[in-house]
Ligand binder design. Sequence first.
Ligand code: FES
Length: 111
Amino acid sequence: MTDWTDIGALTDIPERGARVVKTHLGCVAVFRTVNDEVFAIDDACPHKGGPLSEGIVHGRSVTCPLHNMVLRLDTGLAQGADEGAVSTYAVRVENGRIMLDTARLRRGQVA
Ligand code: FES
């Protein structure tokens, strides 16, 4: 079951930027790529909890601002020699608005 929640306009997020959505399970970082794709992942790096929303977006990846771990935005998986992963959340753009599936966040189920 999904529960799409409008969290703002696509243009509210700069290209290669992110916006943080606070949930009772923690902060979710919603990213916009240079191609206007959006992705939502936990805003805590699996290494030492760095704020991924403040990282550098390149392609479909983000580099953590603390120690440079690279994570895929679409899968949440660490790249290269690093190991680890963050949860990903369903998100889409509809008529210029960003819709985040908050059903899983409310039920407290984190992959
Ligand atoms: S906290 Fe992200 S790489 Fe260390």
